[in-house]
Design a protein around this ligand. Structure first.
Ligand code: PMP
Length: 362
């Protein structure tokens, strides 16, 4: 059928229908060239425009200051777990990691390969239900950097405010909430994000990095793993994922058409509220995982009374046309990912479904 699914996938995830339709229209003949953007040289004039438009749109929407570079890399956010310490941590230095979920743990584990990585704060003992208070974060003035995960895709928590780390660069994995709300880029030394949640298809990784840091990075590294290689060549040192970058540019155009980040954030708040409200008004039938003060607007995690009921919930939801509501395989439970491109109507439909399911089964 032609009907779009109620897509709550955690990533890759929903893309705006308008973007998909436009890409479809341009797929076999981009801009009168007689070929797809996928079939074109990455050194062509047409691709160059697509590439630079995507960079410029991203800079404009996020108000990226002039002393930052925007890079399009490959290897996912997972390679950034490695590249950050590889470029910025040395054997005699310390980097501080705030652990707020499995992805921060993975980033921390990679850093230990390169130097002294230490835990600045962790909410693991609380089942990663919350983000630490800013004054609980311990770091050192001499740290190479402090690393955080702005949104925890698996546990469903999100930083509302970011720590002020003074002269120590703050590094953030923003894979699952970049472009979902306004924030001040200048608070960060490095921001990285896989594209496959709010930005486009998988295969592109966005890095926003302060230029002076690039110059200070370790030099004895493989060419492809140096930020400087990519910064010096405007992310065209080697063949970039051209189609993914084209799609990213189109998603950014869509963000602009929606009214930019303020409008997107407002809509994300509205969408998440529908679902958190059913949870909160369910008298414990649905149990939110995250503490209310740390709740994510992107990944809404909840459980039901027991696994049997959860199975039934997921099965009935699937039959009703909802996709992707199962929690991450490492934690189970349920999760609704309400990224930018998930329409309000899908969230209202899920709210109604959850309400009816409770009435039937409580
Ligand atoms: N960080 C976060 C917060 C994520 O959600 C994910 C993927 N879900 C990753 C890192 C890993 O990203 P990738 O698969 O692009 O390496």
């Amino acid at each position: 059928t032609n009907k779009r699914a109620y897509n709550f996938n955690a990533g890759p995830s929903a893309l705006p229908l308008e973007v998909l339709e436009r890409a479809q229209k341009e797929l076999v003949n981009y801009n009168g060239t007689g070929m797809s953007i996928m079939e074109m040289s990455h050194r062509s004039k047409e691709y160059d425009e697509v590439h630079n438009n995507a960079i410029n749109r991203l800079k404009k929407i996020l108000s990226v200051p002039d002393n930052y570079d925007v890079l399009f890399l490959q290897g996912g956010a997972s390679l950034q777990f490695t590249m950050v310490p590889m470029n910025f941590l040395t054997k005699d230095q310390t980097a501080s990691y705030v652990l707020t979920g499995s992805w921060s743990e993975k980033a921390y584990k990679e850093a230990k390969l390169f130097g002294n990585a230490v835990v600045a704060a962790s909410t693991k003992e609380n089942g990663y239900r919350n983000i630490p208070k800013l004054d609980e974060i311990q770091f050192n003035e001499n740290d190479a950097y402090v690393h955080i995960t702005s949104n925890n895709t698996i546990y469903g928590t999100q930083w509302k405010q970011f720590p002020n780390t003074g002269n120590v660069p703050l590094v953030a994995d923003m894979s699952s909430d970049i472009m979902s709300r306004p924030f001040d880029v200048s608070q960060f030394g490095i921001i990285y994000a896989g594209a496959q949640k709010n930005l486009g298809p998988s295969g592109v990784t966005i890095v926003i990095i302060r230029k002076d840091l690039i110059e200070k990075a370790n030099t004895e590294l493989p060419t492809m793993l140096k930020y400087k290689t990519h910064a010096d060549k405007n992310s065209l040192y080697n063949t970039p994922p051209t189609f993914g970058i084209y799609m990213l540019g189109e998603v950014l155009r869509w963000v602009e058409e929606q009214g930019g980040l303020e409008a997107i954030q407002k809509r994300n708040e509205e969408k998440a509220k529908y679902i958190y409200d059913v949870i909160d008004e369910s008298n414990g039938f649905y149990r939110g995982h995250a503490e209310p003060g740390s709740r994510s607007l992107m990944n809404i995690t909840f459980r039901l009374a027991d696994e049997e009921l959860e199975k039934q919930f997921l099965a009935e939801a699937k039959a009703a046309g909802f996709v992707g509501l199962n929690g991450h395989r490492s934690v189970g439970g349920c999760r609704a990912s309400t990224y930018n491109a998930v329409p309000v109507e899908a969230c209202i439909a899920l709210r109604d479904f959850m309400y009816e399911f409770q009435k039937k089964h409580q």
